[in-house]
Write a protein that binds this ligand. Structure first.
Ligand SMILES: [Zn+2]
Ligand SMILES: [Zn+2]
Length: 275
């Protein structure tokens, strides 16, 4: 197993186990590169009190605190993690909602890589919490990809996170026809390519009852066809039991899409490892 560049630890409000435990498991699995990328929802960078809000399971607050705790744990674990290469990262949600604070994370000297993700549209909760019976789904999906495009156009990320997250919780994701959105998706992919950033093959859907990969093979092939070179693999593990889950399959998928290399970022500099 080459890499898992998207993982969460107990510093994220929805994940478990320490960085040290993850490192131990990564070495057991024979992972060569692992990035810890705890949640920084940049639109709620400060604790709930700052926003006069109550902490809740629906909204993660205090991205700044999560980031600091995560960085400290990773730095401590980096001292003794061999043979694993442990990278310090963050999954920054909603970059277009606060590019200035996103830049603070991106430019932090401790950071190797940032995953830029859209979990929410402005003023809306995470896609997980939407009531899809009440949504105009094509309009929602368009708004999602427009927000992903704004993220891709920013300078505050290295890897565009789970490209098709906005489809994840649709009542029938597999049946949803992406054709009307392909032009916009091409624009996102070409932006990523032009900026020499990466997309990820996110395998978290491999542990769901209705299997999926974010994005699917068709879109990864399209990325390659358009000239995409930088691809990462991740399980988005929130628990150690999923650290290596499906990585072999994701590596096969990358090969099928035409990739012979994967990409790692160290201090935002991409380097490739053969697949
Ligand atoms: Zn995410
Ligand atoms: Zn994640």
């Amino acid at each position: 197993m080459i890499m898992n560049l998207h993982t969460h630890t107990h510093h994220s409000p929805d994940a478990h186990q320490t960085v040290a435990e993850r490192v131990e498991a990564a070495n057991r699995l024979g992972l060569r590169f692992m990035a810890v990328t705890d949640h920084v929802e940049i639109n709620r960078y400060y604790p709930a009190e700052y926003y006069h809000a109550e902490p809740s399971d629906m909204y993660f607050y205090n991205g700044k605190g999560v980031f600091e705790d995560s960085m400290a744990s990773v730095a401590a674990a980096q001292a003794d993690c061999a043979p694993l290469v442990l990278l310090a990262g963050a999954e920054v949600g909603q970059i277009p909602q606060d590019p200035e604070k996103s830049a603070l994370i991106y430019q932090d000297p401790r950071v190797d890589l940032v995953i830029g993700s859209v979990h929410e549209l402005p003023g809306r909760p995470d896609f997980y919490f939407l009531n899809y019976d009440e949504e105009d789904i094509p309009a929602l999906v368009t708004a999602y990809f427009e927000e992903v495009l704004r993220t891709a156009q920013s300078d505050c990320y290295d890897i565009l996170g789970h490209l098709t997250y906005g489809l994840r919780y649709l009542p029938d994701r597999r049946a949803y026809d992406l054709t009307p959105h392909l032009e916009l998706i091409d624009e996102i992919l070409m932006t990523v390519i032009r900026k020499q950033k990466a997309i990820e093959l996110n395998g978290s859907g491999l542990r769901k009852p209705k299997l999926y990969i974010d994005p699917d093979l068709v879109l990864v092939k399209r990325y390659r066809e358009l000239g995409g070179r930088y691809l990462t693999i991740s399980t988005d593990a929130h628990d150690t039991q999923y650290l290596g889950f499906g990585i072999d399959l994701l590596e096969d998928m990358a090969r099928t899409a035409g990739f012979s290399e994967l990409t790692v970022f160290r201090k935002h500099e991409p380097f490739t490892v053969s697949l």
